[in-house]
Ligand binder design. Structure first.
Ligand SMILES: *Cc1c(COP(=O)(O)O)cnc(C)c1O
Length: 381
């Protein structure tokens, strides 16, 4: 069995897709010798992404994780503070809380969008009325219930950070995700909808804040002739070479979005006759960016995510488990967690029954057919 398809090219979950313009932009950086974490591509990428999102300012950084970290710095998160975070996410959403020695408290998902549950968030506020911040995620590109989450945050006068690392080009009630919170986080990692190979951005509407993010990201050098520092800084700026890749990629964002959407719809149609399969939810109040197509399997139907991942793997097809929720992570075992349910949790249930399907926009119709056939086979269809 195994090895029978060793010669077939690998089908990826989500790999970078370059179009040519990226290389021209990189060449421009070389030709002008802006081969440094500063330069015209960095400035233009900041302007272009901020304008696209409908926010005033953005600082281009070495990664989305750096952007979350600087958001924590800007909010003054420190030892003794509590920060509420989405539980069902990648660890980069909440690790920066701990970089600042603060304590994360995890909020379960609701089943409608898989994102931060407003009900669980309310429960958390009952026990911790004064968290320093709330950070919510738009998981796999589906917008969270922002109106409800923002109303709760406003009621308690607590700033919201939107981790839109996975959701660039997704909208909620007509506006871009990442533009609602006090700060928005964007990632340009290699697996995201557009990439700079590695990179990210923090965006917002307060010029002073975003200027400060840029200052902290360039080693916090005071405006003095000599090297003077009144604060601890970081080396978090994005290279001008990589910003060139990003500017090229940005021209294809809409194309990538449309191709991702087509992948999701192809899976949805292909599994429509298998009641045990449910595709990851969308939000009727918005438009997802369909970054990753995911599915959950009905409980106790004899098929597990692992069986599907193994069957795909045997065909040299990459798939992944759902992010393991933070309340189940050894490193966060001591942290408080608020469930959407009275018993168990929505995030753990999604983790147990779900998986991420190949969502690479370079996959051909034949690739999609093979993936679908393989998955259908596990269900005996
Ligand atoms: C990718 C990702 C990040 C981190 O972004 P990097 O650019 O890899 O540092 C943060 N949060 C979520 C939800 C992500 O998926």
């Amino acid at each position: 069995m195994e090895g029978q398809n060793q010669n077939r090219k690998r089908i990826y979950l989500a790999s970078p897709t370059m179009h040519g313009l990226e290389q021209e932009m990189v060449k421009e950086a070389f030709d002008t010798n802006w081969v440094a974490p500063v330069g015209p591509h960095v400035n233009k990428l900041e302007e272009e992404i901020a304008e696209y999102l409908g926010v005033k300012y953005g600082a281009a950084l070495s990664g989305g994780t750096a952007a979350v970290h600087l958001a924590m710095k800007l909010l003054g998160v420190k030892r003794g503070d509590v920060v509420f975070s989405t539980a069902l996410t990648f660890a980069a959403t909440c690790n920066p809380i701990v970089y600042e020695n603060a304590t994360p408290v995890f909020i379960d998902s609701e089943p409608d969008t898989w994102n931060m549950s407003p009900e669980a968030l309310k429960k958390a506020f009952e026990k911790y009325p004064h968290p320093k911040a709330v950070i919510c995620v738009h998981l796999y590109g589906t917008p969270a219930k922002l109106s409800e989450i923002m109303a709760i945050c406003e009621e308690h006068n607590v700033p919201l950070v939107e981790d839109a690392a996975e959701s660039l080009s997704a909208t909620y009630k007509g506006r871009q995700t990442g533009s609602f919170g006090k700060y928005g986080i964007i990632s340009f990692n290699g697996n995201k909808i557009i990439t700079t190979s590695s990179g990210g951005m923090i965006v917002g509407n307060d010029k002073e804040d975003i200027d400060k993010a840029r200052f902290l990201a360039t080693q916090a050098r005071d405006p003095a002739r000599h090297y003077q520092h009144s604060q601890i800084g970081y080396n978090y700026r994005l290279s001008n070479v990589l910003a060139g890749i990003g500017r090229g990629q940005f021209r294809s964002l809409e194309l990538h979005h449309n191709l991702k959407k087509k992948i999701y719809e192809t899976y949805k149609a292909a599994f429509a006759d298998i009641p045990e399969i449910t595709m990851n939810p969308l939000n009727p109040d918005g438009e997802a960016n369909y970054w990753l197509s995911c599915m959950t399997i009905a409980p106790d139907c004899g098929v597990t995510p692992l069986m599907i991942m193994d069957a795909l793997d045997a065909q040299n097809i990459e798939s992944r488990p759902i992010w393991k929720p933070m309340q189940l992570q050894p490193v966060y075992a001591d942290c408080d967690f608020f469930s959407h349910l009275d018993e168990g949790s929505v995030s753990e249930d999604i983790f147990n029954r779900g998986l991420c399907l190949p969502s690479d926009i370079k996959n051909t119709d034949e690739d999609m057919e093979l993936i679908i056939k393989t998955i259908r086979g596990v269900f005996g269809r």
